[in-house]
Write a protein that binds this ligand. Structure first.
Ligand SMILES: [Zn+2]
Length: 220
């Protein structure tokens, strides 16, 4: 729907409930530059981990497109599931240009719950790219080396801001007793990740969607 015509259509877009579709209100992990916290990762990377638990589930990695002019407009690539994807179409258009930048290229992102320990503990969602330089890779190495990431406490420190942000992750020694996860409520990661139906993707990415700015600016 490139053109929104008439009050009926305009109202349908503007008055749409804020939590429509599969989207849920998410608390994102927000650390200041230089801040460090102690955290736990409830979601193992693999369901074959000895510490995997069905009730906590695994972390997810998804292919996403981002509008290069607006990093809040980020959604899952639907090419494989739906055979159609506005982000892939934009990427194809980039390919056709002489100066290829690959800004619409689908990129993999990791989403996990994170339990922040301390006096006032809370659960938030943390999302990262998966490049070899990313903090995700520390978790992946730990999981491959020891089989688990949920059986240790981690010191997590944020350095830098916006696109210069990086995270340091240092694991403690493994728990001697299984950690007690009782009462710790997690976000459903499949609902945290934003999936937009093809018919609404152009409006979403290019910004006619009235509620598109309510989430997800926050995963630097
Ligand atoms: Zn795509």
């Amino acid at each position: 729907m490139s053109f929104i015509k008439g009050l009926k259509e305009i109202n349908a877009v503007l008055d749409k409930p804020k939590q429509s579709g599969n989207y849920q209100k998410t608390k994102w992990l927000k650390l200041a530059d230089g801040e460090s916290v102690k955290v736990r990762f409830p979601n193992e990377l693999d369901d074959e981990s000895p510490n995997f638990d069905e009730s906590r589930g695994v972390a997810v990695v998804v292919a996403e497109h981002t509008n290069p002019k607006d990093y809040t407009k980020k959604a899952v690539c639907t090419q494989d599931d739906d055979g159609r994807c506005f982000g892939c179409e934009m990427h194809q258009r980039e390919n056709d240009k002489s100066e290829y930048k690959g800004q619409w290229r689908p990129k993999l992102r990791y989403y996990t719950n994170v339990f922040v320990e301390g006096d006032d503990p809370y659960v938030a969602v943390w999302s990262q790219g998966v490049s070899t330089k990313s903090a995700f890779n520390i978790l992946r190495e730990q999981a491959m080396e020891t089989g688990s990431i949920s059986n240790v406490s981690w010191k997590m420190k944020r350095n830098g801001e916006r696109t210069e942000t990086s995270y340091v992750l240092i694991p403690s020694a493994p728990d001697s007793e299984p950690y007690d996860w009782t009462g710790i409520e997690l976000f459903d990661l499949e609902k945290v990740v934003r999936t937009v139906p093809y018919a609404e993707q152009e409006a979403f990415y290019l910004g006619f969607d009235a509620d598109a700015t309510t989430s997800a600016s926050l995963d630097w």
